[in-house]
Design a protein around this ligand. Structure first.
Ligand code: NAD
Length: 261
């Protein structure tokens, strides 16, 4: 019960990493307020997950909806102790010599500005509680080309620097800010960015999961709970001396496999 008496706001919790995090934080005693663009799934989760779970529709590309989510969470539960800025999608897949300015702006709004505005509008509530923890989802794409499209990867690299500067600025209020960099995790994100149906999604995840497992020292596909556990650690008191940094949770993908070439 690491989060007994705490309120955690989690974005993008209708699916994948966010969903696993909602379930883990609830098991650990938190009241969870989840914001997601997928209203139907959020409402379905309200009836499945019980009184400690609240949902508010939130499109994280819209600052006003992010502010409304934070204010709703604080009003309904008495305050905010933890923010997990996790919502995201694959974004435009065009290369740098093809991408439009509008697509670039959308990727930055969805993957980078959303994190900044999440921190911006949660921070006053965390300050009122005398401190807390913020966790942002970045990616291995922030470190190395070849793992994601350019706009996505650039935004995720921005999340890492935003994490450091926000950590430096908010430490005086006892607010810690860290990032997680997942490697390949079997969720909906790849299939959704390719417009795949459910069966195609299963096949895509199976093929990509096997390819990732072959390329990692930890030879199995990553699963959403791998990242939820990392988020829970960074949000917990066990990480009380950890701020302004990132945790790679990639099965060793970035260190590579000995003898692979
Ligand atoms: P997912 O598609 O399973 O979940 C993403 C969630 O974000 C969904 O619930 C979706 O409805 C929500 N969402 C999308 N656009 C939104 C918007 N505008 N406003 C609010 N909610 C929105 O994908 P996932 O893999 O669980 O992704 C979670 C995070 O992890 C993302 O930030 C993603 O970039 C990051 N990530 C994933 C992987 C991976 O391999 N799956 C790797 C690195 C980073």
């Amino acid at each position: 019960m690491r989060f007994k008496g705490k309120t955690a706001v989690i974005t993008g919790g209708s699916s994948g990493i966010g969903r696993a995090s909602v379930e883990l934080f609830l098991r650990e005693g938190a009241t969870v307020v989840m914001g997601d663009i997928d209203e139907a799934e959020g409402i379905a989760m309200m009836s499945a997950l019980g009184d400690a779970f609240l949902f508010q529709k939130c499109d994280v590309t819209q600052e006003s909806e992010i502010k409304a989510l934070m204010d709703y969470a604080a009003e309904k539960t008495g305050g905010i102790d933890i923010l997990f800025n996790n919502a995201g999608a694959g974004g435009p897949r065009d290369a740098i010599d093809e991408i439009s300015g509008d697509d670039w702006d959308f990727a930055m709004a969805l993957l980078l500005k959303s994190v900044a505005m999440g921190i911006r509008h949660a921070a006053p509530h965390l300050k009122q509680r005398g401190g807390g923890a913020i966790v942002n989802t970045a990616s291995i794409c922030a470190f190395q080309a070849g793992y994601g499209p350019i706009a996505y990867s650039t935004a995720k690299a921005g999340v890492l620097h935003l994490t450091k500067v926000a950590a430096a600025e908010l430490a005086q209020y006892k607010i810690r800010v860290n990032a997680i960099c997942p490697g390949f995790i079997q969720t909906n994100i790849f299939a959704a960015s390719l417009g795949a149906n459910k069966e195609e999604a299963r096949q895509i995840n199976s093929v990509l999961g096997q390819a990732a497992a072959n390329a990692q020292p930890v030879a199995r596909p990553g699963v959403p709970s791998d990242i939820a556990e990392a988020a829970a650690y960074l949000a917990s008191e066990a990480a009380g001396f950890v701020t302004g940094t990132h945790l790679l949770v990639d099965g060793g993908m970035l260190v590579g496999t000995p003898g692979s070439w």
